[in-house]
Design a protein around this ligand. Sequence first.
Ligand SMILES: [Ca+2]
Ligand SMILES: [Ca+2]
Ligand SMILES: [Ca+2]
Length: 263
Amino acid sequence: MKLSAFLPAFEIFSARPIRSLVLAAAVIAAVPQMQASLLRNYDLNGSLADSLGGNALTANGGTLGATGYTFGANQGLTLTGTGLANLGEYSIEMRVKLDSLRAFSGSPWIKLIDFKNLTSDDGLYSFDTDGNPNGTIVQFYPIGGTLDSFTPNQFANVVITRDGTTKQVVTYVEGFGQFSFTDFSDRAVFSNNIIHFMRDDAATGFGEAGSGSLDYIRIYGNALTANEVANLPAVPDAASTLGLLGLALAAFVGVRRMVAVRR
Ligand SMILES: [Ca+2]
Ligand SMILES: [Ca+2]
Ligand SMILES: [Ca+2]
């Protein structure tokens, strides 16, 4: 049990802009731009391997499926040997779905990323007091966070960036900047070159963990800009991308047919 470092005075509903219309263009345009700093690419499509040849993730009891990794509480994934030249400079992107906004223990906190090899309560969490998506916070505990709708059973793209020089940390959900702070205490610097996803720490008795699914994880060697994060492809998997291009092609064919009918 811990107190929130950031308790909103009120909850507001903020609708996110619909990005689907520009999705196809984003997939095509954004992928090449991001290759430069992309160090690790885990699509989690039937494999825990890094498509870029780095260390594979380690499972902790969850189930690897054709398109993602399904986990119970504390059954997330671990990466040992991050590939980062600087453990305090990175961007981490994960597409994750939570079954519930409550941890298995009933806690309103669910740890998304652990930075200190499960020894510290610090880290990136989902926090929500009432289980209702309104007012959900993706929060870097104990610093703070900002309201966003992290809806149960719905995938969300979560990104955290840290600049090793300025120590600036920024968190995003669905491509939009959520919260930033200067990490003077190096809370978001990885210890032991290990990243834990969806696993709580010993400091809170591993109680702040939930169940859900991971679609993919990507690790970049630098702090992406807000513009770069906003343009990250929302559908990164090869199969999904092909499906998306197929839809775009079908729409194009449909337009041609309409033109043909008019003639
Ligand atoms: Ca914790
Ligand atoms: Ca809520
Ligand atoms: Ca996937």
